[in-house]
Ligand binder design. Sequence first.
Ligand code: PHE
Length: 454
Amino acid sequence: MANFDLGKRDSFTSKFGVVAAAAGSAVGLGNIWRFPYVAGENGGGAFLIIYLGFIVAIGLPVMLSELTLGRMAQKNPFGTFKKLAPGKPWFLVGLMGVVAAFMILAFYSTIAGWTFEYIYNAATNAFAGKNPDELQAMFSTFQSSTFRPVLWQVIFMFLTAWIVVAGVQKGIEKYTKILMPILLVLIVVLCVRSVTLPGSAEGLAFLFQPDFSKITAGVVLEALGQAAFSLSIGMGTLITYGSYIRKDNNLGSTAAQVSAADTFIAILAGVAIFPAVFAFNIDPKAGPGLVFEVLPNIFQQMAGGYIFALLFFVLLGVAALTSSISVLEVVVAYFSEELNMKRRTATIVAAVAITFIGLACTMSWGVMADFKLFGNSVFDIFDYTTANILLPLGALLIVVFAAWFLRQQQLKAEVTNEGSLKGRLFGLYVFIIKFIAPLAIAVIFLNGLGILNF
Ligand code: PHE
């Protein structure tokens, strides 16, 4: 497995290890918390179709580009650009990734903290006997309080930092290989329960019957942002992971497998959530609290709901951790490799700073509820800005760099492992990263932000 001590650069030992680590980064709250809430706010079916299109046409090629650049340079994102483009301002893309990592972890730790509260609730059987309204009230009371959400956030950040410092990835990944498949099974069980609830059909229609009249420039940008966020692309996480991948790994198939797994889990989360949303009369536009308001209802309607709920939230917490370590790693690799900080110091400094910024996200429903910029809370601003602005912009610059700045032979040699792979799709890949992906991202971006109007 990856040893993040960049001093003695280690590498993933097995093919499965590579996929497991990258999938560990990709699969997280983005799939189970963010996908349903953003799909719900953006009209369901039509959003899903656009999202799937973006995964294939943009997400996958960007992911392959990141893995390739990282493995080529054997460095953190900032160092990768410095090495491949000496004396040029491309290293700014790496810096943008560090900023994005700070902001993402600030609000990611809020939601991960909510997951911990729900582990506690599940363990103490706190959902039992409550109707949908009561469960909703329980969530909003918690969300707007001060002490508990902050406490859980601090605990989550502590665990993230501890894993990154201790370098216990070996242990962590040994467990995630077992735990993540169990999470998958649990989601499938939830899907079955959800679609067999009375009144669930409307939810399936919401998710799978596209209503194209709901598509606006804003919806398209949200779909792109969600695709980038969920695949962990656009900020250098996968450049970092790519630097740990051995030279004989087929990066194209790794990227394809990780994207497929990530997308499959997001769709399953949708199938678990939306039928229940309609069965229990919950508003699909409920926002970031959606899954926390919906899931306990499903568990209540299940035989063995107590144990399923407990297992589910524990595994969701683990999935959040395997993603958050990959976000923190971007900052730590930068601090330690480029600013010559000791790894331990770098991790502590980064984690403490992120936790402080994160407090403002966590308190966005409580003490800071009235603090708004252009009508948005700090949480909303961080969530929106990273997913819909920083990650697409990062993705755009990364593919432009790979396609237009590197020599094509150099790129081909890395992608095809010096010609030992046939690379039959290489031409298509280059065409996409040269033209399709950059043009599409630029248009969606300018249009979605209202800078251009098509
Ligand atoms: N992809 C992760 C998730 O879905 C979040 C993430 C975003 C991780 C960006 C790394 C980089 O939960």
